[in-house]
Ligand binder design. Structure first.
Ligand code: ADP
Length: 234
């Protein structure tokens, strides 16, 4: 399958990049890579890479650019890509990664358009979301829940997944210190990263991501379906 579009999701932690990606996978048949998931897979399998990045992840710091770009390059080389649209969730996060990705995009061929999407949300909303976020422990499910008062994402039964019944757990980096660090790191790189793409002539598709997920998905899918097919650059 040749790739038509690679959509880069740039946004703070907890801005719903993963949830929106999942919707796109389920409803549009697109494919998604999350560099956070690739890292957590290494940690779970206790690979050498996993052992070397465990501390960075737990404390909310970035993994080195070289290691992350290599994971993404390997994914494109090894993965059986079955969709013409691929979402990159959480990559690139730094200008160095963006430069690495520019090289990869060249290798994907002329037909592959790169589309840059930026999510905007208040830090206070992010903190509330992440402090209250629980995920299904079952690796093949990983459904996301919220224990925030009145949230539509609350599980129906106490601390068990509605879909598969497994226990709900917290991610190791969803604690107050790591959340603060992840937000700080995101804001440190965001404007340089966006400038990299603006200077290269890309349009930045911006979405407010404090909307209910179904509404965000509808707006996003309409925008991507309507305009982004035609041209990635202004
Ligand atoms: P979030 O965006 O909510 O922090 P992710 O699951 O996307 O969560 O990422 C979790 C962690 O994985 C990050 O805090 C970082 O340590 C590591 N990581 C993921 N993507 C990158 C990246 N592109 N560059 C460096 N580190 C990354």
């Amino acid at each position: 399958m040749s790739i038509d579009r690679v959509i880069l999701f740039i946004g703070p932690p907890g801005s719903g990049k993963g949830t929106l990606s999942q919707k796109c996978v389920q409803k549009l048949g697109w494919q998604q890579i999350s560099t956070g998931d690739l890292c957590r897979r290494h940690i779970a399998k206790q690979t050498e890479i996993g052992k070397s990045i465990d501390f960075a992840i737990k404390s909310g710091k970035l993994v080195s650019d070289g290691l992350i770009s290599q994971m993404v390059f390997d994914w494109f080389r090894q993965e059986n890509i079955e969709s013409d649209v691929v979402i990159l969730d959480g990559y690139p996060r730094t200008v160095n990664q963006a430069k690495d990705f520019d090289e990869l995009a060249d290798q994907l061929g002329d037909s592959a358009q790169v589309i840059v999407v930026k999510f905007v949300i208040d830090d206070t909303v992010v903190v509330d979301r992440l402090v209250n976020r629980y995920i299904c422990k079952n690796k093949s499910c990983q459904q996301v829940y919220s224990l925030s008062a009145g949230s539509k994402l609350a599980p129906q039964s106490d601390m068990a997944c509605d879909s598969c019944g497994s226990e709900l757990i917290k991610r190791k980096d969803d604690n107050a210190d790591a959340i603060r660090e992840r937000l700080k790191v995101y804001h440190l790189h965001e404007s340089d990263l966006i400038s990299h793409y603006v200077q290269a002539g890309y349009e930045i598709y911006e979405f407010k991501s404090d909307l209910p997920i179904d509404q965000l998905f509808t707006e996003f899918a309409e925008t991507m379906g309507g305009r982004a097919h035609d041209s990635n650059k202004k």
